[in-house]
Ligand binder design. Sequence first.
Ligand code: SF4
Length: 506
Amino acid sequence: MTSSDLPPRIPLLSKTRYTAGLQCVKRLYLELYARELATPPGPGQESLFSSGTAAGILAQQLYPGGVLVAEDYLHHREATVRTKELLQDSTVSALYEAAFTEDDIRIRADILVRGPAGSWEIVEVKSATSVKDQYIDDVAVQLHVLARAGVQVTRASVAFINNQYVYAGGSPVVGDLFSVEDVTEFAQERLGEVPTRLAEMRTALAAGHEPSIDIGAHCSKPYTCQFVAYCRRNEPDWPIDGLPGIRATRVDELRAAGYRSLSTLPDSIPLNAMQQRARDAVQSQRPWISSDLTRVLGQMTPPIHFVDFETVAPWLPRWPGTRPYQTFPFQWSDHVVQADGTLEHAEFLADGDGDPRRAFATSIIAQLRGAATLVVYTGYERTQLTALRDAFPDLRSALEAVLTIPQFDLHPVVRNGYYHPEFRGSFSLKAVLPVMVPELAYTDLTIQHGDVASLQFQQLWDRDLDESARRQLRADLLAYCERDTLAMVRIVEALHGIVGRTELRG
Ligand code: SF4
């Protein structure tokens, strides 16, 4: 990229751009001048964005009687004019989405509350369940802008979701749904850094070329940067962060010492046993197989149930007696390998827009009656079964019985039993399956990830959804969950094949 590609003037900043620049000035530069290099946000990020917007609107009720600055971001100048009028109007107790442009920074303040003697409180709204350090920077840059605009802010707060709030039905009690924390002291402290940080960002932006910043731990902290794929384009085939379980700071140390590729990482670099296996597998280009794998696999007794659950955790509670972000299992799939080797499949997907837990619990209890082994991938299913047991006293003993079925977590079995260089440091089902069972990927499915399944399920709550769209959504959800459990069956078969046994084949 050359200086001739650059616009003549540095574009205006915003609080999002400011926090992007704090994370990495190259990120800010790319956002402003090469946005097309970004990886588009996935459905999970988009949903986070929309829950943040919805929480912002609901939190306005914490300060009733305020006035919304309705002009959208395409009409920012008009919004600033309207904001000025409202600030002058002493009958206006609060402003929602007040707009300012000062020091070449455009902001929309979520909530401004009029205080005594011309003072104001700023309230930043987040859909998270605690105040995170990066929110203080959001607030600090707004304080900087507001000070330039002559708005005297004497208190700064963050409103966030109180996940202990129990919804009683009807409209949520907004005062209980949100917690409001005074962050004035921290934000004032951080405010002192804002001019220096802005100057650094502007110097880098004015330089006319992409800042030379290497990838590192900062690429995912506090947010996963959308330019990771671009910035990694020159990484070697076997990058150093493909070591399982390696800390990001350790990766940075190794990179700083000149080590970038596992292919050439010398034995003198101390690694734990698993990482050593990964390095050896890459350098020899041969998988590692544990001598204990045969014994471990032999512990599975038929009928073997390969089970997977899908869950949803809405930020805004939907059903009385439930809390924000509480997890609700809504779907299961079960592939069963019988003693004679036959393979059967059963499934459940909740219907309607009610609390899915009871129907889920009764159906899984019936399905797992007589199971000798339960195979899962990570301990997530056990956590959900335990929560169901505690939620439904009348199902307690039946769920206790399910919990006593010998559980076989395939994740540590793979982690401790087999390593293929193409795992590239990850033992997740999505990383392991394409390597061990290449013919059974997820690429032919509409839904390919659990977070998308959760979002799609929430679409079924829309009563206006037409019947064919509903049928399609349900079919996509069923296909995804079924694939997860079939994947586990095939992985176990592949492991048996690796150690020379194939009796699981259905
Ligand atoms: S991927 Fe990392 S180095 Fe690249 S722009 Fe993002 S934060 Fe900066």
